[in-house]
Design a protein around this ligand. Structure first.
Ligand SMILES: *Cc1c(COP(=O)(O)O)cnc(C)c1O
Length: 418
């Protein structure tokens, strides 16, 4: 076994010097729990409890329907979009927080396909990766099958095959920036340029990027983007997602989910649909107000730091985790799936183990929460806003103990959600 370059005391010292350390206080985390699953469900900002009480007791309970105006409910999708925008390189007026990632992806894909049908109707292929998150592929397949006009989805098996798959038949490229399973991060600027040079539009899914890694959609000249707020943005379970439509595409952006909230004058109750100007046309119907309101509590925390500071700590945490696992657990059949190359890494680390599910269940039983993804992958998410260096140390010590003593139950039953 090679020598460790660091001790637990060093980790505590790094926490003491960490400029982000005070932000941990903005979250309410159970003591004695090491939470490495912020990539699936972010921790609860302390402010969310009071905000929930305010929305439910005062805005709903006392002010009732007047709150659409007096409490700013109606404007919330756009107001939250303004706060989220800087995290992904969006300009003002380009982001709405609304609906789910699946639905927003459908809208963005439909808009992109429609734009291409006007400009280059022979292009009928949506290119994506077979390793993409299933809902993204399902939504693309659902759209193409329902169009029944020869549209289809082309699944690419490796990153190396992507450039060639973006050919003269390709209308739209749909990629998830950071892969949910491996933590691989695409080169957004390069692939966007490549798609455009080959006549395709590109839609980016930022589910594992927003709040996790720096993203600059406008610098990359991307076409559309969507993403979750309940992962690294800490918006709460099932909180509404976001959609980005850049200024240059807003006039031509159209989708089939033309509900009254995307109407130019929703309360005119007019016959016939007329789309709102700007990002408003990306909405559909009435928003889940209580859930939406809590998104703000997650976004507020980001305004006290920068994505550069978050990224620096994310890389330090993931580097430390990889080093500690590879050094202290070297005798065990663990395989690193996440890229070592910083430029290609998101804010998670995935290791395979033949009994990955059972080992993860044992970790969770001992207060280290990560999750499991087929096949064999143990996934650990690192959220620099609240994860400490000493958490990384302690999590690996527990992992090592479980593996050394084979203290996991291979026959254990699985829950519905892994
Ligand atoms: C988490 C995630 C989703 C989730 O979509 P929902 O509509 O919120 O269920 C979609 N795509 C990707 C890539 C994800 O990681």
């Amino acid at each position: 076994m090679s020598e460790l370059s660091i001790t637990r005391a060093d980790c505590l010292a790094r926490d003491a010097q960490d400029p982000l350390a005070p932000l941990r206080e903005r979250f309410d985390l159970p003591p004695d729990l090491i939470y490495l699953d912020g990539n699936s469900l972010g921790a609860r900002p302390r402010a969310a409890l009071e905000r929930a009480q305010q929305v439910v007791a005062r805005e709903w309970g006392r002010d009732l329907i007047t709150s659409w105006n007096t409490a700013g409910w109606f404007d919330m999708p756009k107001r939250l979009g303004e706060r989220l925008g800087p995290l992904i390189g969006a300009a003002p007026g380009e982001v709405a927080v609304t609906d789910t990632t699946s639905l927003n992806l459908f809208k963005a894909l439909a808009a992109a396909v429609h734009m291409q049908a006007q400009a280059q109707p022979a292009r009928r292929v949506i290119v994506t990766e077979r390793s993409n998150f299933p809902t993204d592929i399902y939504m693309a397949e659902g759209l193409t099958e329902w169009l029944e006009r020869g549209y289809r989805v082309r699944l690419v098996d490796s990153v190396d095959e992507l450039p060639a798959a973006i050919d003269a038949d390709c209308a739209v490229v749909m990629l998830t920036h950071v892969n949910y399973r491996t933590g691989y991060q695409h080169d957004m600027a390069m692939l966007t340029r490549h798609a455009h040079q080959n006549g395709a539009l590109i839609v980016w899914d930022l589910a594992h990027s927003a709040g996790a890694v720096p993203v600059d959609l406008n610098a990359a000249e991307a076409d559309f983007a969507v993403g979750c707020t309940y992962k690294y943005l800490n918006g709460g379970p099932g909180s509404p997602a976001f959609i980005w439509v850049p200024q240059r595409h807003q006039a031509t952006f159209s989708h089939p989910l033309t509900g009254w909230w995307s109407h130019a004058q929703p309360f005119a109750m007019a016959h016939g649909f007329a789309p709102a100007d700007g990002i408003g046309r990306a909405l559909c119907g009435t928003q889940p107000v209580v859930s939406l309101a809590l998104v703000e509590c997650g976004l507020e925390v980001f305004e006290e730091t920068s994505m550069e500071a978050i990224r620096a700590k994310s890389l330090a945490l993931t580097d430390l985790f990889i080093e500690l696992v590879e050094t202290t657990c070297a005798d065990h059949p663990l395989g690193l799936v996440t890229p070592r190359d910083h430029a290609r890494r998101g804010s998670q680390v995935s290791f395979t183990h033949p009994h990955g599910y059972a080992v993860m269940a044992a970790l969770i039983a001992r207060g280290v929460i990560g999750d499991y993804r087929e096949p064999e992958i143990m996934r650990f998410g690192f959220t620099p806003l609240y994860t400490r260096y000493v958490d990384v140390w302690d999590a690996v010590a527990i992992l090592k103990d479980i593996l050394d003593r084979e203290d996991y139950d291979v026959a254990a039953e699985r829950g519905a959600v892994t």
